[in-house]
Design a protein around this ligand. Sequence first.
Ligand code: AMP
Length: 304
Amino acid sequence: MKLATVGSVAFDAIETPFGKTDKIVGGAGTYIALASSFFVKEQSLISVVGEDFPQDVLAELSSKGVDINGVEVKQGEKTFFWSGRYHNDLNTRDTLVTELNVLADFKPVVPVNAQNASFLMLGNLSPDVQLSVIQQMKQRPQLIAMDTMNFWMDIALDSLKETLKHIDVLIINDEEARQLSGVYSLRKAAKIIREMGPSILIIKKGEHGALLFHEQHIFYAPALPLEEVFDPTGAGDTFAGGFMGYLAAAERIDFDNMKRAIIAGSALASFCVEKFGTQRLKEITMADIQARMQEFVSLSTFQL
Ligand code: AMP
């Protein structure tokens, strides 16, 4: 197994200035697996859903090469539900509802065939849950990446710091990097955060792209200036999925390949925001992704 991912599989209800949805399928694990499935044909998703979750959605993931044996279906219980409303700038949102349901006491079990995955992606969950997944791996994966959020810094900072000691790549946004490090300068923040454990740090800056800190190098990937952003939900997870999927497929984690992986993640995220939920990710093809990655080259290449 090349890639294993732990992350939420959820129902979301989203409101943007352009419209609103009823309950649609979302969750960090869903976005990560869908995005990485363009690059890796063999991966495992570890998650939990209730008996209300549609079987055909899991079957669809399965058809894209996602092994769903690690997705526990809890009879008599309800799937995690999240609802959010975006402000007019689409950069900020309010969480309206979080019903943890099956996520409340989620104890992920890594299936045997995923315990030797060479790439491990830890979606945004409690740092204790993330650590428990690392501890179930038979051998140390070649690369462990992790997402987290302000919420865990507020309520579980000690656990978060412990988990950070065991990972290679932390993927967070600028606000979270500032909170975790306690400093404003992202360059200083990167130094402080990398001393906590992850040797590689990716700081996402929403519509302003992403920064990669790797050894003594920094790489900046712009975000594609889109005419319209429809729904930003899942863009961060899609970015992470594209990044890890690209690396897992290439099986190379040198700086040059990480740069390409960041562009792959950015290209996928740029599609994700064009429609509600996971809809756009289901429409696009590998050729669309390659064309968009090429746009990034044109956007940011110049000669001195
Ligand atoms: P993002 O827009 O990248 O922050 O990710 C949004 C996704 O994260 C949605 O599809 C939600 O279902 C999921 N999500 C929101 N809150 C949580 C949470 N507390 N734990 C796990 N997943 C969550």
